[in-house]
Write a protein that binds this ligand. Structure first.
Ligand SMILES: [Zn+2]
Length: 135
């Protein structure tokens, strides 16, 4: 497929946002190893698929999908992996949507939220570093 209007000048992967070096991020700010579900080790992202970004986001505490919880019961997290396409994920599911935020859960064990997607920004899917583990 030819995409004439896209010109890739360099092969270096320079982050679009200003970023600090996150845990597990290589020099190019990508994840060096697989990103796995903390609970069941299901693969969420393959190496070099996500970019580290620092962003303050409130997420509800992790629970099984079936358990009920108050939406204000959670914590503010700062370190995320971001990808620009839902299909970049190996394994991820969507939980409920609250105020335009879709929560991402593990597709296998349904623990979550492990991240979120802001429905007003179609090109950003975030995984919280503290809620996943690296291979
Ligand atoms: Zn899991």
């Amino acid at each position: 497929m030819v995409t004439p209007f896209t010109s890739r000048q360099t092969k270096t992967n320079v982050g679009r946002m200003s970023q600090d070096s996150g845990a597990g991020a290589g020099d190019n700010q990508c994840n060096k190893t697989k990103i796995l579900c903390e609970r069941c080790s299901s693969v969420i992202l393959l190496p070099n698929k996500a970019t580290y970004v620092k962003k303050e986001i409130f997420l509800p505490h992790m629970k099984k999908k079936s358990e009920s919880q108050a939406p204000e019961d959670g914590e503010t997290l700062e370190d995320f992996w971001v990808v620009d396409d839902m299909f970049t994920f190996e394994n991820v599911g969507f939980s409920n949507t609250v105020n335009g935020i879709k929560y991402l859960i593990c597709a296998d064990c349904e623990i979550g939220p492990v991240g979120f997607h802001d429905t007003s920004d179609l090109k950003a899917f975030y995984i919280a570093q503290s809620r996943v583990k690296l291979d």
